[in-house]
Design a protein around this ligand. Structure first.
Ligand SMILES: [Fe+2]
Ligand SMILES: [Fe+2]
Length: 374
């Protein structure tokens, strides 16, 4: 394999894609990798799990839908798509407003880390498993995520920064999650990822004057990959009805609340980025929550009541507590410490308030499969 002349967009496996990215690593910058190394509640993490339990899943109860989905992924419609071509407009990084540049680079680094986090987890499952269905799925998903991460790294490299993915694989801390938590968290991150990318894509289709970077043109095919990954996790959960009933519904509610709240708080840290896109982050959050809720009805028996009168004001409280927490951390000393405790208490109270807003329940459809419709 001549990796010097290959692009991650054409890689057939995650391993090949990572080898290409290692080759490019001489351009990688320390500051971007440092940002990607951070482990806070709001930054993307790397996960590990009980791979044997995952490997033991029997997909025969969902065989028909499973085979269709896998065939679609094997056909690989996005092969070669994730690379710069004539649609890639010149980016004036030097002329970009410094606040926007900082937030946008932060957005790219965090997206790249999230994509790569999926790649690492999926690749590991494929490596350790013996179940042909499971290893095939995870190999296909790892392939996609490696391409996505490689493409974001292309964009970052133009700005003179790039994340050293090889270094991250070895040095970033891995968080252990039991398989069922991996299903909830990963399923949700794939579906919310789809909802986020398609909402931005459709918005910029209507308002191309706000497309300040060419990468957004790639978001449609991109989100279709995430959509398929979400479909796969929905099918995996479907094989065991216990995962989406009884006490586990409380876990589902927890993950829905945590994922929505994290997105809200994190997006509000990037006002210049959203202003440049011409997007009000409150509108965007509501739009993404609405789409994600509609999608997750395919497998989760509940949705969060995002129209509840307490929902939005409590999210805002959580976000303000987070801003104060940040300020207290930077301040340091005794005052900073007290400020931190106070802000943490407010954040925890707000999260608990969100969590205890009654959910909406519905009948889960017999057939799980959906197609991207937004
Ligand atoms: Fe991805
Ligand atoms: Fe994905």
């Amino acid at each position: 394999m001549n990796i010097q002349n290959k692009h991650t967009a054409d890689a057939n496996t995650a391993e090949e894609s990572i080898a290409i990215q290692k080759e490019q690593a001489k351009f990688d910058s320390k500051s971007a990798t440092d940002v990607a190394m951070q482990n806070t509640l709001l930054t993307p993490r790397f996960y590990t799990t009980d791979f044997n339990e995952l490997d033991a899943i029997d997909v025969s109860s969902v065989r028909e839908d499973w085979d269709k989905l896998i065939a679609q992924m094997v056909a690989d419609p996005n092969k070669g798509h994730f690379k710069k071509n004539e649609d890639w407009d010149h980016v004036d990084w030097d002329g970009m407003d410094p606040a926007l540049k900082k937030e946008f680079i932060d957005f790219l680094i965090s997206s790249c880390t999230a994509e790569f986090s999926g790649c690492v987890l999926y690749k590991e499952m494929k490596r350790r498993g013996t179940n042909a269905d499971i290893t095939q799925l995870f190999q296909l998903m790892a392939r996609d995520e490696a391409r996505h991460a490689g493409f974001i790294n292309d964009a970052l490299r133009e700005a003179g920064v790039a994340v050293n993915l090889g270094f991250l694989t070895q040095k970033k801390k891995y968080t252990y999650f039991r398989p069922k938590f991996i299903y909830y968290a990963t399923y949700l991150s794939e579906k919310i990822g789809y909802a986020r990318y398609i909402t931005i894509f459709r918005h910029l289709e209507a308002h191309p004057e706000h497309r300040f970077h060419p990468i957004f043109k790639w978001f449609e095919e991109w989100c279709n990959d995430e959509f398929s990954h979400g479909e796969a996790f929905a099918l995996l959960m479907k094989t065991d009805p216990k995962l989406t009933s009884g006490r586990n519904v409380w876990w589902i509610k927890f993950f829905l609340t945590a994922v929505f709240a994290t997105m809200y708080v994190r997006d509000h840290q990037r006002p210049a980025f959203h202003a440049a896109l011409g997007v009000d982050p409150n509108w965007y959050a509501h739009e993404v929550f609405t789409k994600t809720s509609a999608l997750t009805r395919q497998i989760f028996p509940i949705t969060l009541d995002i129209e509840h009168p307490a929902w939005q004001p409590t999210l805002e409280k959580l976000q303000r507590a987070n801003v104060d927490l940040d300020a207290a951390r930077k301040r340091g000393g005794v005052i900073g410490f007290i400020g931190r405790l106070a802000a943490q208490t407010r954040a925890a109270t707000a999260f608990a308030r969100l969590y205890f807003i009654p959910t909406r329940t519905h009948e889960v459809p017999t057939s799980t499969r959906l197609t991207p419709a937004y």
